[in-house]
Design a protein around this ligand. Structure first.
Ligand code: ADP
Length: 273
């Protein structure tokens, strides 16, 4: 879930409106490092990562547990600051931003989706999707309309008044995706979004990501340990021991909507494809 924004900082918000100059890559990181200090021990979680991600790319992030994937995503998501190196988001050096400005960047430019959905349990789908709008001062009268539009975008028009416990796992993840989209971010970071879902629902979620990527030009980064899920992305990056050890285009990107259509029907299907 998008982390709560704190009070606006007195410094002006420097990132350009929208996604900025389309010629500038959305993400440029150079020699990015992150060392965690635990007592007297230093843990180098990320050891000098350099890469660029253009607008509209769909990139899978793979690697064994402990290889630095979450650390990397936390840095890209402006949840954390690097120990060294540089991170330009839409050409703006956000690695120097204080926590207030990073919160603004998160709220305005970045959507987050997690394995565990992270929905508020005693809150309806619609209200869950409205949460990020509270934090950026969207007027009360506009919140519901925006949340409804985001729910419609993920195929959940008729589930706005359901509580998470009344929704299937796939539907809950769709609500979480609607919440991530409600501020029209340029970048969506998804950390094992299909980790709690069965195979059919996982492909269904990938079909949604592929559509958002294709139709809205949304830039997507997806951490996954499942090779077959990574093949719905256009590019695969692999981390090992805090380093980027592989970065390659996917040949023969799979079409999730087509794969879904070829799968046997599920008797418990959400009915939302
Ligand atoms: P992955 O997401 O690939 O499993 P992580 O980025 O979570 O990898 O972790 C990379 C390394 O950094 C691991 O050795 C992990 O134990 C360590 N690490 C991650 N987060 C912290 C933290 N907050 N404090 C100390 N060490 C951490």
């Amino acid at each position: 879930m998008t982390a709560p924004a704190s009070q606006p900082s007195s410094r002006p918000f420097a990132l350009p409106g929208g996604v900025g100059d389309p010629r500038v890559p959305l993400i440029q990181v150079s020699d990015l490092s992150r060392i965690y200090q635990v007592g007297d021990v230093q843990i180098p979680a990320l050891r000098g990562v350099t890469l660029e991600i253009r607008r509209g790319e769909f990139v899978a992030v793979r690697g064994p547990s402990g290889s630095g994937k979450s650390t990397f995503m936390n840095l890209l998501g402006c949840l954390d600051r690097p120990s060294g190196g540089r991170y330009l988001l839409a050409g703006e050096d956000v690695s120097t931003y204080d926590s207030d400005r990073r919160a603004q960047v998160r709220n305005r430019f970045i959507g987050f989706v997690f394995q565990g959905f992270n929905l508020l349990p005693r809150t309806t789908a619609l209200e869950n999707v409205e949460v990020p709008l509270f934090y950026n001062g969207t007027p009360h009268g506009e919140r519901e309309g925006k949340a409804r539009a985001a729910l419609a975008e993920v195929g959940l028009t008729d589930r706005g008044h359901h509580f998470p416990s009344q929704l299937s796992g796939g539907q809950q993840q769709r609500v979480a995706i609607a919440r991530a989209l409600v501020n029209q971010p340029a970048l969506l970071l998804a950390d094992e979004p299909t980790g709690n879902l069965d195979s059919r629902t996982s492909v269904d979620i990938m079909a949604l990501f592929q559509r958002l990527n294709r139709e809205r030009g949304l830039t997507l980064l997806l951490v996954t340990h499942e090779p077959e899920i990574a093949h719905y992305a256009h590019r695969i990056t692999v981390f090992r021991d805090g380093r980027l050890v592989e970065d390659r285009p996917v040949s023969g990107v799979r079409d999730a909507a087509r794969d879904l259509a070829a799968m046997p029907p599920d008797p418990h299907l959400d009915g939302l494809a």
